[in-house]
Design a protein. Structure first.
Length: 301
């Protein structure tokens, strides 16, 4: 097969591993910087050009689209879909998962365990919003944040009010969530491929840090997950419509709760922690589904 990987940097670990895994299985791989792709949107003959050359003949496309360029990246991916190329993750599913508010609403509608979450726009509603979320500590998140950036822990009601007022004063959209203290600054990243959890690791934040992101100095170790955690991760990925997803869970007193569903999960941390060939499993997923050449949306909306 001829496979395109949409990535800003072919030297990134995840991109390199996907190229290695695909080429080792006999596939031709081309890495395209999606921000340098441009499109000819024509009825019946949609096309993509890159560095002056028309890109065609692809059987599948693997999107590795950063959160900061979701709009343009998904537009390029949509163009591939219009050309009949199989997308590992579909454009609509990526857009759905990147919208923190929308994804939480979709997961809640399907009964997935979540931290109690509040959303408001008016400063007049802050006090009642915090009361409805409950607890003494609150996690305040920018809707556009990623890798732990734009996430603040407020130690009490008054501190939360001040942080929210500051964010609203900047016209920022935020979510307010209950703080799951019993998680102890740790979460579980489940890597879901084709409806199965193929690898899982526990990420522990460094001392004094409530965020467990590896980019923020957290550590990772292999972990054995429960059947309930496995089921929650698989269902969350399915609801988002993602064939490949990194589902982040917290272990709370009332069972696993989903913090985020990531449509472009990094491979370095989880492959290092578990020793599993996750990149190879992703290529196997493409081999299984790409021949059908379908771009049917798995989820809704």
């Amino acid at each position: 097969m001829k496979i395109a990987i949409l990535s800003r940097n072919k030297k990134l670990y995840s991109t390199r591993r996907l190229v290695e895994a695909a080429e080792s299985r006999g596939h031709e791989v081309i890495v395209l910087d999606h921000l340098r792709c441009y499109m000819n949107i024509t009825s019946m003959r949609p096309s993509i050009r890159y560095k002056g050359e028309k890109q065609e003949g692809f059987d599948a496309v693997i999107p590795r689209i950063g959160a900061s360029v979701t709009f343009y990246g998904t537009a390029v991916l949509r163009q591939f879909e219009m050309m009949g190329v199989y997308p590992l993750n579909e454009s609509v599913a990526i857009s759905r998962s990147r919208d923190k508010l929308r994804s939480v609403q979709l997961l809640a509608r399907k009964g997935i365990g979540l931290p109690v979450t509040g959303f408001a726009r008016s400063p007049d509603d802050i006090d009642d919003l915090l009361t409805s979320v409950g607890g003494n500590k609150f996690v305040i998140k920018l809707l556009e944040g990623t890798q732990g950036i734009g996430v603040v822990l407020a130690e009490n009601h008054k501190a939360a009010e001040s942080v929210i007022e500051a964010f609203l004063g900047l016209k920022a959209n935020i979510l307010v969530q209950e703080f799951i203290e019993e998680a102890g600054g740790a979460d579980i990243r489940c890597l879901v491929v084709d409806g199965k959890v193929v690898a899982a690791m526990k990420r522990q934040g460094k001392e004094g840090e409530f965020r467990s992101n590896l980019h923020r100095g957290g550590s990772a170790n292999i972990v054995k997950i429960t059947p309930e955690e496995r089921s929650t991760a698989v269902r969350a990925a399915r609801i988002m419509g993602l064939n490949v997803a990194g589902v982040d869970l917290l272990r709370s007193n009332h069972g696993p709760v989903v913090m985020e569903v990531n449509s472009s999960p990094g491979l370095e941390g989880i492959e290092t922690a578990t020793g599993k060939d996750v990149a190879g499993m992703i290529i196997q997923c493409i081999e299984k589904h790409a021949p059908a050449g379908k771009t049917r949306t798995v989820g809704k909306g």
